[in-house]
Design a protein around this ligand. Structure first.
Ligand SMILES: NC(=O)c1ccc[n+]([C@@H]2O[C@H](COP(=O)([O-])OP(=O)(O)OC[C@H]3O[C@@H](n4cnc5c(N)ncnc54)[C@H](O)[C@@H]3O)[C@@H](O)[C@H]2O)c1
Length: 338
């Protein structure tokens, strides 16, 4: 498959700028890629065709200036985004907000003709992702929601399918972040016949997104999504809590997840685990994004939209149909990599 994958970006923050840097780096390398080739496409297939943000310090700049990249698509200018929620405190505090109307966003998408609108706006905005999804549908492009807002359900999925498009979400699961690692540990322990009794995962991070997650309502929502995502790995229920617990500026873009698990083996012997995992937050989601967009592009081209649930189970913490982490990777690779 040689078609280009045209992407519009909503939210030019950590994830979007890291993705742009990655698309430049992977013109000449495959080191660090999870899957170099998905559905016959490499990272050379991607083109950024539009970009939106509401932060006036970013609006009007070229994407290459903000992401420090020199790709041909770096010349794309960041346009004012859509906003249907209260303005996040870090933006309203630091400067002016620039927004577009719904009709202007639809018109901008129709003009730039992306295959996908990739929604990577700030955490804690619940209504705006829904509006971006609606705008994508009206403009005729597919939608990918990395945020924890709920955008995918049977109704929205069918609306996208009726136009030959896909909607993917919700809440991106990083390649090797707190949730994926926690799920992998539970899968391994239960597959070795160990009985888990209690567990927790406490996340600490130092970037803007972690700070945005600290609002109690957002924190609670993210905690529920992570806890439910993890629960699927165990064949029996046990007391478990997982979530973003603290913002510590000195960690910068790093995120540290602290895990504790108490389990039982033969004769009720105690197995206790106490460990931590430190990762870079912004890079951790990018392999999953580029894999999903290539796979989804192939489904749209082949008009085989029913397989979109394989992508969502692989890429998100809160997909419409959840699957065990090991099975979701196998299903993805069987469908799109082998
Ligand atoms: N590994 C990961 O990085 C990861 C994993 C899971 C989920 N996510 C989610 O991805 C999203 C992006 O993460 P990030 O670290 O890049 O966040 P960030 O805070 O660095 O960047 C968000 C950007 O969105 C912009 N923005 C806010 N409202 C907007 C709007 N209405 N329209 C357009 N732009 C808007 C902000 O100005 C900012 O530039 C977050 O919701 C995060 O929770 C990221």
């Amino acid at each position: 498959m040689t078609d280009k994958i045209r992407v519009a970006l909503a939210g030019i923050g950590n994830v979007a700028t890291t993705l742009v840097k990655g698309l430049e780096f992977y013109q000449n390398s495959t080191e660090g890629l999870w899957h170099a080739n998905v559905s016959g496409m490499t990272l050379g297939s991607f083109e950024i065709v539009a970009a939106f943000d509401i932060d006036s310090k970013k609006v009007g700049k070229k994407i290459g200036q903000v992401a420090n990249s020199r790709m041909p698509f770096s010349e794309v200018t960041i346009s004012p985004g859509l906003m249907s929620d209260p303005i996040p405190p870090h933006i309203s505090r630091d400067g002016q907000v620039r927004t577009s109307s719904y009709d202007e966003i639809v018109a901008a998408l129709r003009e730039s003709k992306p295959d996908f609108l990739l929604n990577v706006i700030s955490s804690g905005l619940d209504k705006t992702p829904e509006k971006y999804a609606q705008a994508s549908l009206d403009a005729g492009c597919s939608f990918f929601n990395a945020t924890s807002a709920k955008t995918v359900n049977e109704g929205t999925r069918k609306s996208f399918e009726s136009k030959g498009l896909v909607i993917l979400g919700d809440d991106l699961m990083s390649q090797f972040g707190g949730t994926a690692f926690h799920r992998g540990m539970i899968d391994f322990m239960t597959s070795r016949g160990i009985r888990i009794h209690k567990a927790y995962q406490l996340d600490v991070g130092g970037n803007q997104d972690t700070m945005n997650t600290m609002a109690e309502e957002t924190r609670e929502k993210k905690r529920n999504i992570k806890t439910e995502s993890i629960a699927i790995e165990s064949p029996y229920p046990f007391k478990s809590t997982a979530g973003t617990t603290e913002y510590a500026e000195q960690l910068g873009d790093s995120r540290v997840s602290y895990y504790w698990m108490e389990a039982r083996g033969f004769l009720g012997s105690t197995i206790e685990m106490d460990l931590s995992l430190r990762t870079s937050d912004s890079t951790n989601g990018c392999n999953v994004i580029v894999d999903s967009l290539r796979a989804a592009k192939s489904l749209v081209v082949k008009k085989d939209l029913g397989k979109a649930n394989i992508i969502s189970a692989y890429a998100f913490k809160s997909p419409e149909k959840k699957a065990h982490i090991r099975e979701s990777i196998k299903a993805f690779e069987d469908a799109f990599v082998r």
